[in-house]
Design a protein around this ligand. Structure first.
Ligand code: GAL
Length: 384
């Protein structure tokens, strides 16, 4: 090889090296995936909060699964604080991370960050909660959120005895007083859960079998900012004081999330419901939930909470990882829903996973046998 040729080859190799280095930097992700090894690629994972154990499980599952494949992971939690999350996502972009996985606190608050991500060519996967009002979200991984609501409505009807577990008509007749809780209105999922549940309850509300005694039936009235347990407890206390001071009883509470259910349960227990606090207790109402958080699985096992909707965070994490790998290889991830999730700017291609309702009888098979929780954790009501 002549000296000139050798120099040219060297220059070429350097240039390629630079391209490969660029692979771990901003703007490179869609094309650099083929040349960059996973070890050169960092994935930013932005999670809302560590106050709920489900997000800790999600964050850990995404991190572990990506690291097993050789990627670097920058996992951040934002304490349910919108500016903190915006700042963390900003930083992931300026640090030149290759792809972002984001579970937003407020689904509409990240538009400028995601514009910067798009300008830098960084793909964005919306994790469980759809990011709204921006064209710069590339993919959505979640569960079938409307079906979660249907499952919660169905579980309330089943718990009250209006339906049997197989869906056939139960022996109970009502009328039953119920109260409705919804999630945080800035989370796109809240509407899907509430609509799925209320659509399911509607025939029973229409014919008077179910009565929302407080009259608070709109999602705005039922909402719980940030899905916060204490906020839910306070609202339940207010409902009991204002609408149940005439000796009437609450028979059921629609709750969209285990943390909210725990707040509701505390309020009810303080008012004398449940087997533990008074000698002549009012029966604990039928209370639904979601996420199979360990404290709530124990409450279900103890007969305090009626049900939860289990969403396996391990499979959601796996789906996020599959989608991330596809983007990093320059491919498009496989979607199984391209119609439902309009974020106000575009319909975001989605991969939706199935859900499962868990009553006391299902804990062993669905949660323990699958290795999600151990029998010991269920007995203690604590992870680890
Ligand atoms: C929702 C999520 C629920 C629950 C809730 C509160 O976005 O879909 O499963 O976790 O947030 O964290």
């Amino acid at each position: 090889m002549s000296r000139k040729l050798r120099l040219t080859a060297l220059a070429g190799a350097l240039a390629m090296g630079l391209v490969a280095c660029g692979g771990s930097g901003a703007g490179s992700s869609s094309s650099a995936g083929e040349s960059a090894a996973p070890a050169d690629q960092t994935i930013g994972v932005s999670m809302p909060t560590q106050t709920s154990e489900r997000w800790i499980a999600d964050g850990n599952a995404v991190k572990d699964q990506l690291e097993k494949k050789g990627y670097k992971v920058d996992l951040q939690y934002a304490n349910n604080d919108i500016p903190t999350q915006s700042q963390q996502v900003d930083q992931m972009i300026t640090q030149g991370e290759d792809l972002l996985v984001v579970a937003a606190i407020d689904g509409t608050a990240l538009s400028s960050q995601l514009q910067a991500a798009a300008d830098a060519g960084i793909p964005v996967i919306s994790y469980d909660r759809l990011i709204r009002d921006t064209p710069n979200v590339d993919f959505y991984v979640s569960f079938d959120n409307y079906k979660v609501g249907v499952a919660q409505g169905t579980a309330l009807l089943t718990g009250l005895g209006l339906l049997n577990k197989d869906g056939s008509k139960g022996t109970a007749t009502g009328p039953f007083n119920i109260e409705l809780f919804a999630g945080s209105l800035d989370d796109n999922n809240a509407g899907f859960f509430f609509n799925g549940a209320v659509d399911t309850l509607k025939p029973y509300l229409d014919d008077g079998t179910l009565v929302v005694k407080s009259g608070q039936t709109s999602i705005e009235q039922a909402a719980t900012l940030r899905w916060d347990q204490e906020t839910a407890q306070k609202r339940m206390e207010d409902l009991l004081t204002k609408s149940y001071n005439d000796g009437s009883k609450v028979a059921g509470v629609l709750s969209p999330y285990d943390g909210i259910s725990r707040g509701v349960i505390t309020a009810l227990q303080n008012a004398g419901y449940g087997p533990t606090l008074t000698s002549q207790p009012l029966a604990m109402p039928v209370i639904t939930g979601q996420d199979a958080e360990i404290a709530s699985v124990k409450l279900i096992n103890d007969g305090v909470q009626s049900s939860t909707v289990f969403k396996d965070t391990r499979t959601l994490a796996a789906q996020a990882v599959t989608a991330a790998e596809a983007f990093l290889k320059g491919d498009k991830p496989e979607a199984n829903d391209t119609k439902t999730y309009d974020n106000g700017q575009k319909v975001v291609p989605s991969y939706l996973l199935p859900i499962q309702t868990v009553y006391k009888d299902d804990i062993q098979k669905v949660l323990i046998d699958s290795g999600y929780w151990t029998a010991d954790e269920v007995a203690k009501g604590q992870a680890g």
